[in-house]
Design a protein around this ligand. Structure first.
Ligand SMILES: Cc1cc2nc3c(=O)[nH]c(=O)nc-3n(C[C@H](O)[C@H](O)[C@H](O)COP(=O)(O)OP(=O)(O)OC[C@H]3O[C@@H](n4cnc5c(N)ncnc54)[C@H](O)[C@@H]3O)c2cc1C
Length: 433
């Protein structure tokens, strides 16, 4: 069974267990409205546990599902959590206020004075703010660091939700079985987070002792950083994967940026190639050789393990060439590479790509020009153009990495050309949006 189905199967199984516990051992609610509130509250806890698992960066899950897909699920689970938490609060307060003795406002004030409900209310505020800054409109206007800092508060919200659950006499504490079940879920989720986010990165960095070995400008705004370390042959990295890089002592330690490997790992060194788009990526050019590097990873499922066919089409756009360049080094068989840039001078790593293509008998085509310019307009990723450039595209696995608009256009064209979904693999260079 594929990991994706297995993952969602386990999630559904847990939903079933929560329902079973709710309808068998949970205490009687005050009324139907209050009952709906309690029911939603248990789902909110389950969604939070799911959220923790999705961001835990467990190597096993990440390798099979890919961090971009896990992050996208995390985003949608987050918005679902927002609605479930809000409705939980509304229904519980409305349920208590249904009697003649008090109004919703009086109930709200009463809850605000009790530790359990108060913990839940504060968690609710954090979830609402985190959802607010994650809406596309707000996300585009906020600095990555601000958006990230708000998300860090969600860890505090998790602790508050746990306190809230413990204080409330609900399905959590209703029976020994329910208690054991919920504790097992929470221990798993928090444990996964500690293992994936703390223990594995610390252990890997202590073991490999990464350091900058060379900094090589590739163009005016693109630079490659070569990294060496101990026992790199034991690092389970593959072409197409990325690390989240920190340069402590040089850049601020809390700044961490994801960059793909731009060469297949050879057991002796790693290489990243970055385009200067903001502070951290621009500063890479000035990092002294010998600087310490803290690297989290490898992450991502954009690797040759995803291949289902013998023939491959690699499509790169701009600096999206980095994982494509690494994949070309590793792939065997019939490979076609399309590299989309505005001008030939913009095509970083082109000489390397051409040398690799020659050595492997791969066909490489540089697609230059402005989209829509000329008559007929230049539209390289319209279905008919793509089919003309690569007539056997439906027989190939397609790996695409480029700017979001290009990646979307390519995926749309591949759908129109009836390339099966399992043959299409995309890396979006975006974990947050
Ligand atoms: C999986 C992945 C692989 C990538 N590989 C490459 C690569 O090989 N070469 C390359 O040039 N770029 C790559 N990127 C993009 C690169 O991470 C950003 O350009 C870089 O982090 C920008 O940081 P900055 O501080 O210079 O710019 P900023 O101005 O701070 O950020 C510019 C944009 O980058 C995004 N960004 C900033 N920091 C992070 C972060 N820590 N995590 C996620 N997104 C962030 C923000 O959404 C922002 O819109 C990759 C991104 C991802 C998600």
């Amino acid at each position: 069974m594929r990991t994706v189905q297995l993952f969602w199967g386990v999630v559904l199984l847990n939903v079933a267990v929560v329902w079973a516990l709710f309808f068998t051992v949970a205490p009687e609610p005050k009324n139907a409205v209050h009952g709906v509130g309690l029911f939603l509250g248990l789902h909110a806890a389950l969604l939070m546990i799911l959220q923790l698992t999705l961001v835990a960066r467990l190597p096993w899950l990440d390798r099979r599902i890919g961090m971009d897909r896990l992050t996208s699920w995390h985003r949608w689970t987050g918005f679902t959590l927002f609605w479930v938490v809000v409705l939980h609060a509304v229904f519980v307060i409305a349920g208590y206020a249904a009697g003649p003795q008090s109004t919703a406002w009086q109930q709200f004030r009463r809850f605000a004075g009790m530790p359990g409900p108060l913990a839940g209310m504060i968690a609710l505020v954090v979830v609402v703010v985190a959802a607010g800054v994650s809406i596309r409109y707000a996300r585009r206007r906020l600095q990555y660091e601000t958006w990230h800092a708000v998300h860090v508060f969600l860890y505090a919200a998790v602790a508050l939700v746990l306190i809230h659950q413990l204080f409330e006499f609900s399905a959590f504490t209703a029976s020994p079985v329910a208690r054991a079940y919920w504790w097992a879920l929470w221990v798993f989720a928090v444990g996964a987070l500690l293992v994936g986010r703390v223990a594995v990165p610390l252990w890997r960095n202590a073991r490999h002792q990464f350091r900058v070995a060379a900094v090589v400008p590739e163009s005016d705004d693109v630079v490659s950083v070569h990294v060496r370390g101990r026992d790199l042959d034991k690092l389970p990295a593959r072409a197409g994967q990325f690390f989240i890089w920190r340069f402590p002592g040089y850049a601020r330690w809390w700044q961490a940026n994801p960059f793909s490997l731009s060469a297949a790992p050879d057991g002796r060194s790693l290489r990243l190639t970055a385009k200067a788009v903001g502070g951290a990526s621009a500063a890479l050019r000035h990092i002294p050789v010998g600087s310490r590097v803290f690297a989290e990873g490898p992450y991502g499922a954009f690797t040759s393990l995803r291949r289902t066919r013998d023939k491959t089409l690699l499509i790169a756009g701009g600096v999206g060439v980095t994982p494509i360049r690494a994949l070309l080094e590793e792939l065997s068989g019939d490979v076609v590479v399309l590299y989309r840039v505005h001008r030939r001078e913009d095509a970083v790593l082109l000489a390397e790509l051409e040398a690799l293509a020659r050595a492997r008998g791969a066909r490489i085509e540089l697609l230059t020009g402005r989209t829509g310019a000329g008559d007929p307009p230049f539209t390289p990723f319209e279905p008919h153009h793509l089919a003309a450039t690569v007539p056997d595209v439906t027989d190939r696995d397609v790996f695409v990495c480029g700017p979001p608009a290009m990646t979307t256009a390519v995926i749309r064209a591949l759908r129109a050309l009836k390339v099966p979904r399992r043959q299409v693999h995309a890396e979006r260079f975006s974990l947050a949006a």
